[in-house]
Write a protein that binds this ligand. Structure first.
Ligand code: ZN
Ligand code: ZN
Length: 377
């Protein structure tokens, strides 16, 4: 150190300034200071000791500046960027900290603000539940069949009388299948069940016996003007009489009376007759008046028309004159055809009803005037 001359001092100073220049070039401070000292040393003023001391001070200073410059100058142009985010990130904290409390725990209070975040996942199950609710409101479209006329009793409030009539609601359509024997009894029973005659859009008559057609006059006089489905076998006088009051259509095999509601058309064996076939997600529901052509033939017709399984057969099976062996064969035919449930009444006969009840167990539905059978609830 003692051997340092002005020249050596100048060379060392230049090298140091160059080193720092590369680092701190953007600031330009090192260069201007170094340049001023260089001029003073070259001027020859000042003692050697002063220059050497000054040199050492500058060296230490430059070293410190170099260290600092290396830290901040790694990307000098980044300085403003590094500073900006720091300020920006502080800014949101400032309103929170003072407003809250100096307590560090209070700094957590802003954290609850994200509480809305956990609230977000919640809507998902909520929406799902809403969809489920909507589906339960939209999809249940049960088939509801109320027996409004029957010689067998079910609801004591209704009058029982020989004959058959069933009120059917499905897909928003209302059908009266057969009208019983007496119109006043029919209307009275409907009133007890809260059924308005005027709401009936369609009447289907199964066959021309009075215990199925007798109530039609009074029913039409009660204010409804439904389309009436008959058969050619009802004869011209009857057609003319009903046609004078409302629209008449003759049923034919597979004719769709309303959505998912078909008629078997006329089956001719003995007394001509038609039955109603209703398609449901559970299977076919077959409603018969008296089943004069044979209950098994009617079911076979329904299956042939639709190719669908049979959920329920209900109404008159006309087995009053059949013995036990004949009834047993018919029960086995029901099984062969895959009939899942039965609700025999009217002209089925006591013996046949008992045997069906024994054979079908829980799938036997006891039915009579006032029974309400719901499918797809
Ligand atoms: Zn009959
Ligand atoms: Zn009958």
């Amino acid at each position: 150190m003692r051997g340092l001359t002005d020249r050596q001092t100048l060379e060392t100073l230049d090298r140091l300034v160059d080193d720092v220049e590369g680092v701190d070039k953007a600031a330009g401070i090192g260069l201007s200071v170094g340049g001023g000292l260089r001029d003073w040393i070259e001027s020859g003023t000042g003692s050697f000791l002063e220059k050497t001391t000054l040199f050492l001070l500058i060296w230490v200073g430059l070293l410190l500046a170099g260290c600092t410059g290396a830290g901040t100058g790694a990307a000098p142009s980044d300085l403003p960027l590094a500073t900006a985010p720091a300020v920006a990130s502080l800014t949101p904290f400032q309103p929170v900290t003072p407003t809250a409390s100096p307590d560090p725990g209070a700094a957590l209070s802003p954290t609850p603000i994200p509480i809305p975040t956990p609230t977000h996942p919640t809507p998902t199950p909520c929406l799902t539940a809403t969809e489920v609710d909507m589906s339960t409101e939209t999809f249940p479209d049960p088939l509801i069949i109320s027996i409004v006329y029957n010689n067998l009793a079910s609801d004591a409030r209704l009058v029982t009388d020989w004959g058959f009539s069933a009120h059917i609601q499905y897909h928003g359509h209302v059908i009266l299948f057969d009208t019983g024997t007496n119109g006043q009894t029919l209307l009275q029973n409907m009133q007890v069940l809260g059924i308005a005659p005027a709401a009936v859009q369609t009447v289907v008559l199964s066959h021309a016996h009075r215990d199925h057609t007798g109530g039609l006059d009074a029913f039409l006089a009660a204010g409804s003007q439904p389309t009436v489905y008959l058969l050619a076998s009802f004869g011209d006088p009857f057609h003319a009489q009903v046609s004078s009051l409302t629209e008449v259509i003759d049923g034919s095999p597979g004719l769709e009376i309303a959505e998912d509601i078909l008629t078997t058309g006329e089956l001719t064996s003995g007394i001509p007759e038609q039955a109603l076939v209703i398609r449901t997600p559970q299977g076919l529901v077959v409603v018969t008046g008296c089943a004069h052509p044979g209950i098994v033939r009617i079911i076979e017709r329904a299956v042939a028309l639709t190719g669908e399984p049979v959920e329920l057969v209900m109404g008159g099976f006309h087995l009053r004159d059949s013995n036990q062996a004949e009834i047993a064969r018919i029960v086995s035919d029901f099984r062969r055809l895959g009939v899942r449930r039965v609700a025999p009444s009217h002209c089925t006969g006591d013996l046949a009803i008992r045997l069906f009840a024994e054979a079908y167990g829980d799938d036997f539905i006891a039915s009579g005037a006032g029974s309400v059978i719901t499918i797809g609830e």
